[in-house]
Design a protein around this ligand. Structure first.
Ligand code: SAM
Ligand code: DTB
Ligand code: SF4
Length: 345
C-alpha cells in the first residue's frame, strides 16, 4: 500500500469484494504497476476485452478544441507553451469574441465533432471572464454540441455558474503522479487540483481529467497518475492521455522521447482501470504516426482531439484523420448522448 495521504486515495470503484475498509484503495498503485508489467499482448488483450464490454470498439468520439484565451499565463507548468515566463513565441491574446467562437463551433460540428472544448490560459477565471465563458457555453450548447471548458482552478460558486450555463464537462488534469508533480509545476499544488475537481463534481458537471506522459517520469509514476484517476469516486467520465508535445523554450523541451509502446501501455492501463470512461488519445498524435495511433485504439482509446490545432500546437489535419479512421474501419460517434459514459459506481 502506498504511503500517500488518504485524501489522495479516496475509496474507489472496484468490486465490493475487494474493498475491505472505507479507505480501501480501488486500484493500489502496485496493482496498476502489475498491469503495466504484463506482456504487451496480454495487456492489450485485457484492454480490448474491457473496451468491448462497454463500448462499440469501432466508434471514436471527435472532440474539437479551441483556445478562447491564448498565452500570457502566470503559472509555471514546465510543459506549457502558454506560460508567460517561457520564451516560446506564443503571444498573449485577449479572450475571443463570441462570434469567433461560434464560427469555430459550427465548423467543428459540420466536420463531424460532437464535443467542443474551450480552453483558456488562466490560472483561474475572474468572475467577469467567467460571464463571457458562460455565454459561449450557452450558445455552443444551443448548436447541439456537447460543451467542455478548461479554464484553470475554479473558486467557490464558479462551477455552479458553468453548470447553469449548460456546461457538460470540465477539463482539469492532474497531469502526473503526486510524487513527480513538483518537478513540473510549483505555482499550484496537487490538492488545489483535487479541490477544483471536487467543485466540478459537486456542481454536477462531468469530469474530464487526465495527464501527460513523457515528461521524464518513471513507469511507477505513470502508474501513480493512473491510480489517482482510477481511485476517484467516481472516476472521471473522460480521461485525456496526452503525450508531451515538446515545445522549444519550455523547461521540458529536449527530454529523451518516451518509448511509443510505453504510451500505448498507458492507454491500455487507463482503459482497464476506468472501463466506462472515454479515454482520449490527446496531445502528441501528430508526432506519433499512424501505427502507434492504431495501437492506441486497440488499447482502448475511443476519443481524439479533431481539428488541425490543439491549443497552440499542431494536430493532424481533418482529412488525415478521416483517412486514418477509414483505414482502420473506425467511425465517428454520431450522438451527443452517451449513456455508457454515465460513470456512477
Ligand atoms: N490553463 C488551464 C489549466 O492549466 O488547467 C487550461 C488549459 S491547459 C493548456 C490544459 C492541459 O493541457 C494541461 O493541464 C496539460 O495537461 C495539457 N498540456 C498543455 N501543454 C501541453 C503539452 N505541451 N503537451 C501535452 N499536453 C499539454
Ligand atoms: C487536454 O488534456 N489536452 C488538451 C486539452 N486538455 C485542453 C490541451 C493540449 C495542449 C497541447 C499544447 C498546446 O497546443 O498548446
Ligand atoms: Fe497556464 Fe494552463 Fe499552461 Fe499551466 S497549463 S501554464 S495553467 S495555460
Amino acid at each position: 500500500m502506498s504511503s500517500h495521504p488518504v485524501s489522495f486515495y479516496p475509496t474507489g470503484n472496484k468490486p465490493a469484494a475487494t474493498v475491505t475498509a472505507s479507505v480501501a484503495t480501488a486500484w493500489p498503485v502496485e496493482d496498476v504497476v502489475a498491469l503495466f508489467d504484463l506482456p504487451f499482448n496480454d495487456l492489450l488483450f485485457r484492454a480490448q476485452q474491457t473496451h468491448r464490454a462497454h463500448f462499440d470498439p469501432t466508434e471514436v468520439e471527435l472532440a474539437t478544441l479551441l483556445s478562447i484565451k491564448t498565452g500570457g499565463c502566470p503559472e509555471d507548468c514546465g510543459y506549457c507553451p502558454q506560460a508567460a515566463r517561457y520564451d516560446t513565441g506564443v503571444t498573449a491574446q485577449k479572450i475571443l469574441p463570441l462570434d469567433t467562437v461560434l464560427d469555430a463551433a459550427r465548423q467543428a460540428k459540420a466536420a463531424g465533432a460532437t464535443r467542443f472544448c474551450m480552453g483558456a490560459a488562466w490560472r483561474e477565471p475572474k468572475d467577469r471572464d467567467l460571464e463571457h465563458v458562460e455565454e459561449m457555453v450557452r450558445e455552443v450548447k444551443a448548436l447541439g454540441l456537447e460543451t467542455c471548458a478548461t479554464l484553470g482552478m475554479l473558486g467557490e460558486g464558479q462551477a455552479e455558474k458553468l453548470k447553469h450555463a449548460g456546461l457538460d464537462y470540465y477539463n482539469h488534469n492532474l497531469d502526473t503522479a503526486p510524487e513527480f508533480y513538483s518537478n513540473v509545476i510549483t505555482t499550484r499544488d496537487y490538492q488545489n487540483r483535487l479541490d477544483t475537481l471536487g467543485r466540478v463534481r459537486g456542481a454536477g458537471i462531468k469530469v474530464c481529467c487526465g495527464g501527460i506522459v513523457g515528461m521524464g517520469e518513471s513507469r511507477l509514476q505513470r502508474a501513480g497518475l493512473i491510480a489517482q484517476l482510477a481511485n476517484m469516486k467516481p472516476y472521471p467520465e473522460s480521461v485525456p492521455v496526452n503525450h508531451l508535445v515538446q515545445v522549444e523554450g519550455t523547461p521540458l523541451h529536449g527530454l529523451d522521447p518516451l518509448d511509443p509502446l510505453e504510451f500505448v501501455r498507458t492507454i491500455a492501463v487507463a482503459r482497464i482501470t476506468m472501463p466506462k470512461a472515454r479515454v482520449r488519445l490527446s496531445a502528441g498524435r501528430r508526432q506519433m504516426g499512424e501505427a502507434v495511433q492504431a495501437m492506441c485504439f486497440l488499447a482502448g482509446a475511443n476519443s481524439i482531439f479533431y481539428g488541425d490545432k490543439l491549443l497552440t500546437t499542431g494536430n493532424p489535419e481533418v482529412d488525415e484523420d478521416q483517412a486514418l479512421l477509414a483505414k482502420l474501419g473506425l467511425h465517428a460517434r454520431s450522438t451527443t448522448f452517451d449513456a455508457r459514459c454515465e460513470v456512477t459506481e
